[in-house]
Design a protein around this ligand. Structure first.
Ligand code: ZN
Length: 295
């Protein structure tokens, strides 16, 4: 039972009128919690977005494409950013990892208030092509709702997103995951009505996953009454990969700041925002990196 394993599945249902994704992500959310020292609230917020990012990454067309989702709000969590690829790798951070709030009346962590009012931006980076970016105002800050609105507004795809992270009293992650279901343009009204009835009458994601159920089980609940064809399975993990691009970590401060550091004449230590890995840069490194930057 304790032998968890993070993965996601994709499926089609109702004669390909519905496409669906589901994920279990306990291990990678726990990993993110540990490297970033996340509060309970930040664990729930980042865990939901990591789970969603992986499923959204699974919709990319090519293995070189990247998907970035960011929530910028006026709540205590401030800024949450997640980047996923097509291969099941995800990374992300919360700008205020210690932020916490009292539980909601229903006993849930108050992610909506933690994020507050603001914007949601989705960026798709295509290999060798201009990136695509779209921003919408936040609807509730609860992440799943906001992504549902994003798909309706920005992509005109009727979508339902369900996400959940259950945090134990000691801060460890009990379960995490979610689902995304989308209607294809030719979907018949009876399918839309039936799916809508299903969605109005399902347990929460964490209620399902905490019983040890799988992403397949989750989709069988969401899509009950439909014929479901599972079309793929993918292992997922938190992976940063900054070792190969470590100069970028310090280059983001800009030329002016690099000049200040060079003037100081001291080795600089900094850490990767995504994975907290520490890097040291000698003055020679700083000069080389500065000289590689365009004005
Ligand atoms: Zn990193």
């Amino acid at each position: 039972m304790e032998n968890y394993h993070d993965y996601m599945v994709r499926a089609m249902a109702a004669d390909k009128q519905i496409r669906a994704f589901a994920i279990t992500s306990k291990d990678l959310v726990e990993y993110a919690k540990n490297i970033h020292s996340l509060s309970h609230l930040a664990t729930a917020a980042l865990g939901r977005l990591l789970s969603a990012g992986l499923m959204m990454g699974d919709m990319l067309k090519s293995k070189d494409d990247l998907l970035t989702v960011q929530f910028m709000g006026d709540g205590p969590l401030k800024h949450i950013l997640v980047t996923a690829d097509f291969n099941g790798n995800v990374k992300g951070y919360v700008s205020n990892p210690a932020a916490d709030l009292p539980l909601r009346e229903d006993g849930h962590l108050d992610v909506g208030k933690g994020i507050g009012n603001g914007n949601l931006t989705v960026i798709r980076d295509f290999h060798m092509k201009e990136p695509y970016s779209s921003t919408i105002p936040l609807h509730s800050g609860e992440i799943a709702d906001d992504l549902t609105y994003y798909y309706a507004q920005s992509e005109q795809i009727p979508t339902s997103v369900g996400l959940g992270v259950l945090v134990n009293p000691d801060g460890s992650v009990s379960c995490a995951g979610g689902f995304i279901v989308q209607l294809m343009p030719f979907t018949k009204q009876e399918v839309i009505d039936k799916l809508s009835d299903n969605l109005n009458d399902i347990p929460t994601v964490t209620e399902v996953l905490k019983e040890g159920k799988t992403p397949e089980d989750l989709l069988k609940i969401v899509l009950r009454g439909f014929d479901i064809e599972f079309t793929g399975t993918k292992d997922v993990c938190f992976h940063c990969g900054c070792e190969e691009r470590k100069d970028n970590i310090i280059a983001t401060v800009g030329k002016e700041e690099l000049n200040e550091m060079i003037k100081e004449g001291k080795e600089v230590e900094t850490s990767c925002a995504f994975c907290e890995k520490k890097y040291k840069f000698s003055v020679e490194d700083l000069i080389r990196i500065r000289d590689s930057l365009k004005d």
